[in-house]
Structure formats: structure tokens, C-alpha cells
Design a protein around this ligand. Structure first.
Ligand SMILES: Nc1ncnc2c1ncn2[C@@H]1O[C@H](COP(=O)(O)OP(=O)(O)OP(=O)(O)O)[C@@H](O)[C@H]1O
Length: 230
């Protein structure tokens, strides 16, 4: 379901980014994503998809343009305020944000809550509920090191969603999964976005993964374009 009306959760306008050597990745990039909407970003290798996600998260700087998350512009925020916004408002399913092998599943999933809320009992209960929602009921005490790839990916999704972020950023959320597991993980991910009324941007190379999105946009040097070139 795509919510219509209301301010977008993610509002991006006029974004431009060039590499240190001068190669322009994109220019004039606009993107609005509303609550409950899942947008897939595809494009050639090296087009700048991961760079774009990093800019949306405030982890990298654009050369021009503006990004606002839940009405808060990133531009004027200092590093501490950006970190706080990230922890409170964004859920990440990134390869770089790996699940920690020597923590239990419950501890891994509770991490985003532990960073913002000192109520450990609430965090543990919320983590158990979120693990159950991704099909890992009763597994909170298991260690992450013993999990399969598909199970780990589900833990990563539970961790990205546990603090009910306004915005979810995902980089290849089904990377390295077999098609059947990938399908299950994706359905779960899309359901969580739609039910939780989060806005989500997901970068992928996989047409099957992109197919579950509400919109599929291709990253080009002139920004994000849809299938019809608009
Ligand atoms: N810190 C950096 N300094 C210089 N070049 C960089 C830096 N980070 C990324 N690049 C370059 O920017 C370009 C875009 O990289 P990015 O990872 O964003 O692309 P991508 O579209 O996500 O690619 P892929 O689909 O292969 O993951 C690449 O040519 C990469 O080599």
C-alpha cells in the first residue's frame, strides 16, 4: 500500500555527487519516499548506488542538494546530531553492518534500542517479539555464529526494524541467499515496511528483488529515472 498525502519521510532534492578524481556520479537527483512505500534502486555497477545510500544516511556528503528525514534536514546537523538521527530514525540492512557473531540473536537485535534507550528489559522483550516476527521465535538465546545465511539475513532485518525507524535503508538485503530463502526474506521485509509504515530504499542488482518494490528507479548520471525515463 502506498500512502498518499502527508509529507514524505525521505525528501531528496537536487543531489549531486562527483568522485575525488572528478567523475560525476549523479546530478540533479530528486527522490521522495512516503511512509509505507518501498523503493528499489537499480543501476550499473559503479553507478553510485551505495554512495547514494551513504549520503541518505548522512555517512557521506553530497556536493550539492538537500536530504531531509522525517522533516529534519541533514545539512545543518553536526556529526553528533546526525549520529542521533541515524540511531533513532534509520534502520540499516547493510553488508557493512554485520550481525555480531559472539552476541546472541536477542542481543544483536536489541542493539539499536540499547543505543538509544537504557531500559534493557524493554529492549530484550522488543527483540524477542521482532525475532518472532521474522520467524525466529524462541531463538533469542542462540548465538549468531551458529546461524545460516538466510537466518542471519532475517536477524539483520529484525535489527533494522526493532526501533521502528521512519526510514529503512537496505543494500542487497538478499545478497548470497538461495532464491527460495531470498523470496521469504523479501516478503518479510516488504510486509514490515508496509505494516510498520516505514519508508524504505533498497539497492539491488536482482530483478526478482526489485520486483517486490512499489517503485523501481534506475540510478543514472542525471539522477533516478523510472522505466519510462521520467
Ligand atoms: N571513497 C571513494 N573514493 C573514490 N572513489 C570511490 C569512493 N567510494 C566509491 N568510489 C567509487 O565510486 C563509484 C561508485 O561506487 P558505489 O559503490 O557507490 O557504486 P554502486 O553503484 O553501489 O556499485 P555496485 O553495484 O558495484 O556495488 C565507483 O566507481 C567507486 O569506485
Amino acid at each position: 500500500m502506498i500512502a498518499d498525502g502527508g509529507a514524505p519521510v525521505l525528501a531528496v532534492s537536487g543531489l549531486a555527487k562527483a568522485l575525488p578524481g572528478g567523475r560525476r556520479l549523479f546530478d540533479g537527483l530528486d527522490l521522495n519516499v512516503r511512509a509505507g512505500e518501498l523503493v528499489a534502486v537499480i543501476g550499473e555497477s559503479g553507478a553510485g548506488k551505495s554512495t547514494l545510500l551513504n549520503i541518505l544516511a548522512g555517512l557521506d556528503e553530497a556536493d550539492q542538494g538537500a536530504v531531509a528525514i522525517a522533516g529534519t534536514p541533514l545539512g545543518p546537523l553536526d556529526e553528533a546530531a546526525r549520529t542521533r538521527l541515524r540511531r533513532e530514525r534509520i534502520g540499516f540492512v547493510f553488508q557493512a553492518f554485520h550481525i555480531l557473531p559472539y552476541l546472541t540473536l536477542g542481543q544483536n537485535v536489541a542493539l539499536p534500542l540499547a543505543l538509544t534507550n537504557p531500559d534493557a528489559r524493554h529492549a530484550a522483550a522488543a527483540a524477542r517479539a521482532m525475532l518472532a516476527a521474522v520467524g525466529l521465535e524462541g531463538r533469542a538465546e542462540d548465538y549468531a555464529r551458529d546461524l545460516s545465511g538466510g537466518e542471519l539475513q532475517r536477524v539483520a532485518i529484525a535489527r533494522a526494524l526493532v526501533h521502528r525507524p521512519a526510514l529503512i535503508l537496505a543494500d542487497e538485503p538478499t545478497g548470497n541467499l538461495d532464491p527460495e530463502t531470498a523470496g521469504r526474506v523479501l516478503a518479510l521485509f516488504a510486509g514490515a515496511v508496509h505494516d510498520g509504515e516505514a519508508a524504505a530504499v533498497m539497492v539491488t542488482h536482482s530483478p526478482a528483488t526489485a520486483a517486490i518494490a512499489d517503485r523501481v528507479l534506475t540510478l543514472t548520471a542525471r539522477g533516478l529515472v523510472d522505466k519510462n525515463g521520467g
